[in-house]
Design a protein around this ligand. Sequence first.
Ligand code: GLU
Length: 448
Amino acid sequence: MNRVVTRIPPSPTGRLHIGTARTALFNYLFARHAGGKVIFRSEDTDRARSKKEYEDEIIEGLHWLGIGWDEFARQSERTARYTELLEKVIAEGKAYVSKELAKDDPEREVEVVRLKNPGKEVVFEDLVRGPINTHTGELGDFVIARSRTDALYHFAVVVDDMDGGVTHIIRGEDHIPNTARQILIQEALGAERPQYAHLPLILDEKRAKLSKRSGATSVMDYRAEGFLPEALVNYLALLGWNPGDEREDFSLTELVGAFSVEGIQKSGAAWNREKLLSVNQRWMRKLSDDQFFAALEASRPDATELASVARRAVPLLKERARTFGEARALLSGELACLFAAPELSRETLRAKEGERGTAFTKAGLEAVLHAAEALPESPDAETAKAALMPLADAEEAKEKGGRGAMLWPLRYALSGQERSPDPFTLFALLGREESSARVKKAIAILGA
Ligand code: GLU
């Protein structure tokens, strides 16, 4: 068999869509698995809608995912070749020039090129769906060029696939209706027929075709949200393909090894954001704390340096955040208290005091201050807990209202928030000195 050649042919008429990325990934995996070649082709024949900035974004996004190619082509640069082959099929009597009134302007006469349609039944063997038959009679002699020098999309695609030696066309099943038309053009050109594999559509949670209404559909939006490319690739690969066993975690290299057309399913593939989040969290947790911190810094729009307390918060972020966006939200929300000493309210400090009185609250905080002296500057949360929890468990504290009576003012003194991580975690993140300073401030607020 010929060396495998696949193609990634996006139309640069919009942002990099999840579906485009998935199709690109499957073409990449199939070719790399077989030791073959990938051609990237910008299908920019729609001059009104194609934009260079979309092409740039598509390329950047695919590269971000780790998808590369061996050859690059742009349809707008190949018009001379299309014209040459149009002339050839006209000369051979397989297509003809037809003088007609322009659709958009019935006053104007144009010379379109129509394919002589033999009107037969076209059967092709789809690698995913089996044989597909189409009666091409009803297509009539369809138009393949707006003029002798202006080939239409289907003609351009077939010429490009032929010239590129494409052996496998892997694309969304919404292209099935185009296939018979393209096969007729191939036959007119005497091109070899590639093999086809049409992928199931990506459906949203309501089982409708994934669209903007279903949520984010642009790869770059996922990047901005703080997803890892490894996670997105892993998730996209499993949208319509499965390895035939229970494995769920795949790096790109592992996917290249495992990929096969036989694993592609026929039925629609459901987009599941919760699943994507959990795949992403697994990939985030595979990072070392230093890698995680670097990725977090890089993921922030202002990319300023984070304080060292944020570095200490990495294990907590790994536990809680499913994207770097969620990690950023924690740092600016629940964990904002790590970066600036809070304003404390006397009322809130005393909120759980009940009958016990302010002297009790104050004594508890003083006991913490005392116990903290024996701690190192940067204890871990377990060490801080071992030193401080006994105070909350002490007989007197227990009698007077249990752990909460003692831990609430401490947690509030450290965070200034009603919601925050537990006081031992905060103590460890802030360090002994900062924690003690905050406790002292709380004691001062409680007054003499
Ligand atoms: N440019 C087409 C698209 O973006 C690709 C068609 C094909 O794969 O043949 O949908």
